[in-house]
Design a protein around this ligand. Structure first.
Ligand code: ADP
Length: 504
């Protein structure tokens, strides 16, 4: 009824004017113009309100002049002045309220706009039932959320069902493919998959400890069956500790996570790619450099055969051909040797570095690869180790190679934990790094060939990884050895020289 107030205000003004002008009552009727101003408070802007106030004061004066003329008797004059003061003060106050209202309205509009248009899903939720359950748990003597969990393992799921959605922005509806806020509210408990229950417990732990903010990465389903990776934050306003109004923001990081996963996978595969690249490099050189001695071997072999096939074999010439063949073969071997040392790449940049730090860093780099193979990493790093001396990047490449091999070996393990233990310590004046897995290990016959170039038992293997590792370590004055318990696991031990402080 937007017209009701202006019409009522106009009618009231007319009635007041008529009564004030035409009746002889000795009371300040014009004071009632205050009601006209107040009635219009919500209908007009501040300037119009001031004009209306001034108009009411004008009508008051007009009534006075009509009914009393210019005979200024004290009674009517006083009443008129009281009315004018009342209308004036009320109008000024109303104008002030109007300004405050418009500032408030503007901020409310801005807030609504941010709420609606934000790129993150914002949910206004009522967790009062959760607050009550936590209070009940505390009253029952549970000292923390772990105790409450032990007493009632179904609590987290039930609490999820008890969280009420009050409002949600458009992004939330779009993100979860929900048609409306009530539909999203009804579906919400079912959108948190079972495997996220640990996350729920940790959120409850925060609320139990009166925490006001909680952030966690999680996965959530949408109403149309997609699964999202999301970053959820929960904020409890300081003035609502009863959890009656909790702000939940949800950011869809699925695409970012996928890119990161791909990146980590690519990094983890780097070791293999390096093998392939090195192999490609070597293959080209091998083809080029070995072709020559091989061709010479064939030519000399054929010549030798011809000398020996004569009716009277020319032993002298045959011997000479064989000697040339041996020389050519040696030349080929030297080429191969030279190419192998190329596998260790350019001259290593020897510098002191902390081996335990390198292991920690590499473990972080390989995190997703380990997760992908469902491998549990156990680090046993001695603290306060002296620095190692070598090319940090190359030693990291060795470690990645060993870790990738271990992960691949453990792929076939189904009946026991897939554990990868990496340790480092000082043994006999050298730094030792141990990489042990719980894979199938290898038999002694395989053990003797592990480090040979091109030895592989994998369908798509290159058989270059361990050979390159050994070349790298030999170039460092260190070594690598392998041992295994067939059927229970393999251990690769790398030893590296210590960095010695130059004596002064
Ligand atoms: P690739 O991985 O391409 O086969 P490598 O030189 O890295 O080349 O490994 C050679 C072979 O050594 C592998 O094919 C595998 O048979 C064996 N091997 C390496 N690491 C392990 C391990 N942790 N457990 C069992 N066998 C291994």
């Amino acid at each position: 009824m937007p017209l009701f107030s202006p019409i009522a205000a106009a009618a009231l003004a007319i009635v007041i004017f008529a009564v004030d002008t035409l009746t002889p009552f000795d009371i300040a009727i014009a004071v009632l113009y205050v009601a006209v101003v107040l009635l219009l408070l919500n209908c007009v802007d501040r300037r119009s309100l001031l004009l209306i106030g001034a108009g009411c004061m004008g009508l008051t004066l007009l009534s006075f002049l009509i009914s009393h003329g210019t005979s200024f008797q004290p009674g009517p004059v006083a009443r008129c002045l009281v009315s004018l003061a009342a209308i004036g003060i009320s109008t000024l106050l109303a104008a002030k309220v109007k300004s405050a209202m418009s500032v408030l309205g503007e901020s409310e509009r801005r807030y609504r706009h941010i709420f609606r248009a934000a790129g993150v899903a914002i949910l206004e939720m009522d967790f009062a039932a959760v607050g009550a359950a936590i209070a009940a748990g505390k009253a029952a003597g549970d000292k923390d959320i772990a105790a409450a969990r032990a007493a009632d393992p179904g609590l987290a799921r039930r609490m999820l069902g008890a969280m009420r959605l009050i409002n949600a922005n458009d992004t939330s509806l779009k993100m979860f493919s929900a048609a409306s806020v009530p539909k999203l509210g009804a579906a919400l408990p079912g959108l948190v998959p079972r495997e996220m229950e640990e996350g729920l417990w940790s959120m409850l732990a925060t609320l139990w400890e009166h925490g006001v903010a909680h952030e966690a990465e999680s996965v959530m389903d949408t109403l149309d069956g997609r699964r999202l990776t999301v970053l959820v934050t929960i904020a409890v306003p300081a003035d609502r500790p009863d959890l009656g109004q909790v702000l939940v923001t949800i950011m869809d990081i699925t695409a970012r996570r996928e890119t990161e996963d791909a990146l980590h996978h690519a990094q983890a595969e780097l070791a293999h790619v390096t093998r392939v690249a090195t192999l490609g490099e070597m293959t080209a050189s091998i083809a080029h450099e070995i072709n020559q001695p091989l061709a010479a071997i064939v030519t000399n072999g054929e010549a030798g055969l011809r000398w020996l096939d004569r009716p009277v074999p020319e032993l002298q010439e045959g011997r000479a051909s064989l000697r040339s063949m041996v020389d050519d073969a040696r030349r080929a071997a030297t080429v191969v040797q030279r190419l192998r040392s190329l596998a260790a790449k350019s001259v290593p940049q020897h510098a002191p570095f902390a081996l335990d730090e390198l292991i920690g860093e590499t473990a972080a780099l390989m995190r997703r690869e380990l997760d992908r193979h469902q491998v549990r990493l156990i680090l046993g790093l001695e603290t306060g180790l002296p620095p190692a001396l070598g090319d940090r990047v190359q030693i990291q490449q060795v470690l990645i190679n060993l870790m990738v091999n271990a992960c691949q070996a453990m792929d076939q393990v189904e009946d026991r934990a897939r554990d990868l233990v990496i340790g480092c310590s000082v043994v006999d004046g050298a730094l030792e790094m141990m990489v042990a897995d719980s894979g199938p290990g290898f038999d002694p016959e395989t053990a003797s060939r592990l480090f040979n170039a091109f030895f592989t038992t994998k369908a798509n293997g290159m058989g270059m990884g361990l050979s390159i590792c050994r070349s790298i370590l030999e170039a460092h004055g260190g070594r690598i050895r392998a041992s295994a318990t067939p059927g229970a696991g393999a251990t690769f031990t790398v030893s590296l020289p210590l960095h010695k402080e130059p004596s002064r």
